[in-house]
Every structure is written in C-alpha cells, then in structure tokens.
Design a protein around this ligand. Structure first.
Ligand code: GTQ
Length: 337
C-alpha cells in the first residue's frame, strides 16, 4: 500500500470515516452462508443434567432453573434469533414474576400440577400443552403438583441483537389472579366480545391443549400433508390466524410411520424437538439419529430432510424465525436434491 493511501486511510479513521475499499473484498457471497452449524442435543444428556440441576441449583441461586441449548458457534443462543431451553420446577416451588421484551413460549414435556400466571390469568398446564407468554407480559409459575419440565423458547438472541430489552422484576413477587379461569379462551375465539380492542401484534397469552392438538392430528393425519415436513399444524395467533408470535412460528409436525420427506432449504432457521418417535434427519452434510427428547437445529439455507425409520408416527415440536423473514421480505425456499 502506498504511503499516501495509508496516510489517507488514517486521516479518514481519525474522523470516523472508512473507505469502502478498506472492507474485505473478493469474497462476496452469492447466497447465505450461516455462521453457525447444525447441532443436536441428546435428551438423555439434557434430562440427566436437569436432574443434577434439580439437586444443586435452587431458585435462590437462579431466578429460573433453566438449561439452555447453546449452539457452540454462537455466543448465546440456539440460532441467531431464538433459543431453546429446558426448565424444571419442583413441587412447592414458585418462580417469581417478571416481564421482559423477549417473547416466550412453553411446550410442556413432563408432569402436571403447575400453574402459569400470565397477566393475572392462571393457566393450568399439563403434558403436551403449548402456552405463549408474549413480549412484556407478566409471568410467574407455581408448582402445587409433581416435578414439571417444559421447553422454553425465547427470541432473546434477537432482542440482544436489537438491544431493545426492557426487563422488570415484579415488586409483588407473585401476581394476584384477577381474571376468571379460561378468560382468554373465551375472549379470542371465533366467538368474542365485540367491545374488546385487543393487540393483535402481541396476542394475549394463549394455551393450546394437547388434547386439541392430538384431535387435530387424527382428523387430518390421512391427508398428504407437506412434502418436506409431513403433517404440519400451526400454533396460530388466535386473533389473526397469523404466526404464533411476531418473532417466531411454532408448529407440530407429524411424520407418519416410515414417512420420508423431500429435501429443501429456506432462509428461516428451525429448531426441532422430538416429542414422539425415532428416526433420522439429514441436515447439510450431517446425519442426526434422533429419539424422543432429542433436539436439533437446522440453520438457514441448509438442505434438510427427515426419515421416520419406525412404523409409529414421529412428532416434532418445531420453532422457527420465519415470521421475521416474511416481515422483511427475506423468505426464500427451494427444493434440493
Ligand atoms: O420463564 O421467565 O428459559 O425468564 C429463560 C428466562 C425462562 C421464564 C427461560 C426466563 C424464563
């Protein structure tokens, strides 16, 4: 580099300028190349770790007893936008109330007898239920039954990127229940109070019961479904029918016995949790053999397909950032060989 150019660049830098020619050139990517790879977390390891956390981590040590599924290539998160965690609450424990900018969902893996209090409504949760706690909703958990474990999905990595986090511990510690049982169910359905003006961007916290999910699967299970994902049920925003939350789309996927899907790729990153069954998924150049309790992540723009190697149905709980890609016109999808 000439002395003149070097001096010029230093002069630019001293004024907080940078010449575009100073950016690395020659390696312009023609399509997305994710900076993180696919990864699988074995349920056996996760549940054993949580068992131990149950012994050594009290809620006095940690506000929530949570183990995160960290993608090794990322500093904090399962993808660039979303994180999947496992939370455990033991009998008699209360997880204190707070609210934050990050939106969250829960998919209940084990147990019953816990209530989630969200915005003054007490929601009974059990295995297979799915509950949203949208951005900035007060939430605390109270276990009056047996040890419970659930998946937490949060858009915390996105919030970190955007630096928009507000975070407020609840001075009350626990919320007072102010709404009747089943309040939201009765106000956001096909029949709804006409005078209530509800925020449809951040929908009210909503509980989707496993019995309804199971019934829906049995009613549509004989249909062809999606060539890439089998039978797919959206956990829709109950007010709009749109994605679960503005930042994440949650779904149930079912692969019928011996079903093999076609291969594709898209610009959304997807986290899968195996709720039932066993099989194999091919993601990029990796092969993941999965069984109930395992989780794996498919980074954007990586080829993937699934193979249910058993005769029984396989069911995934699935979370993706597709709504973000749709919102800014970045969603692309293509079939791959
Ligand atoms: O339940 O409020 O997995 O605040 C991580 C942070 C759950 C929660 C997590 C949280 C929560």
């Amino acid at each position: 580099m000439s002395e003149v150019l070097k001096a010029f660049e230093e002069e630019l830098q001293s004024k907080n300028f940078k010449g575009y020619w100073q950016n690395q050139q020659g390696d312009v990517k023609r399509e997305p190349v994710p900076s993180f790879d696919s990864c699988m977390w074995k349920g056996k390891d996760l549940f054993a770790a949580m068992e131990k956390a149950g012994d050594v981590v009290g809620l006095d040590v940690s506000f929530r007893r949570v183990i995160q599924m960290w993608n090794p290539a990322l500093k904090n998160g399962t993808t660039r936008t979303l994180v999947l965690n496992l939370q455990m609450l033991k009998p008699g424990e209360n997880a204190l109330s707070h609210r934050h900018m990050a939106g969250a969902i829960r998919f209940i893996l084990k147990g019953h007898g816990t209530r989630l209090i969200v915005e003054g409504e007490s929601i009974e949760i059990g295995e297979g239920d799915f509950v949203t706690t949208p951005s900035w909703t007060w939430h605390d958990h109270e276990n009056r039954g047996e040890t419970m474990m659930w998946l937490d999905g949060l858009d915390a990595p996105l919030v970190r990127l955007l630096e928009t986090d507000f975070h407020e511990p609840d001075p009350r510690r626990k919320q007072t229940v102010t709404k009747p049982e089943g309040y939201t169910q009765a106000t956001v359905g096909a029949l709804r109070p006409a005078w209530l003006k509800q925020d449809s961007i951040q929908p009210p916290a909503f509980c989707y019961k496993w019995a309804d999910t199971e019934r829906a699967l049995s009613k549509v299970g004989e249909q062809p479904g999606d060539p890439y994902d089998g039978i797919v049920l959206d956990y829709a925003n109950p007010l709009t029918g749109g994605p679960t939350l503005p930042t994440m789309a949650c779904q149930i996927h079912m692969l019928r016995g011996s079903e093999k899907t076609k291969s594709h790729r898209h610009t959304a990153s997807v986290i899968y949790h195996v709720w039932r069954g066993s099989g194999v998924s091919y993601v990029g150049d990796k092969r993941f053999e999965w069984e109930q309790g395992d989780s794996f992540v498919v980074p954007l723009w990586q080829n993937h397909r699934h193979d249910n190697t058993s005769k029984d149905p396989a069911i995934f709980f699935v979370m993706s950032d597709k709504p973000l890609m749709d919102a800014i016109g970045h969603y692309r999808e293509e079939a791959t060989a």
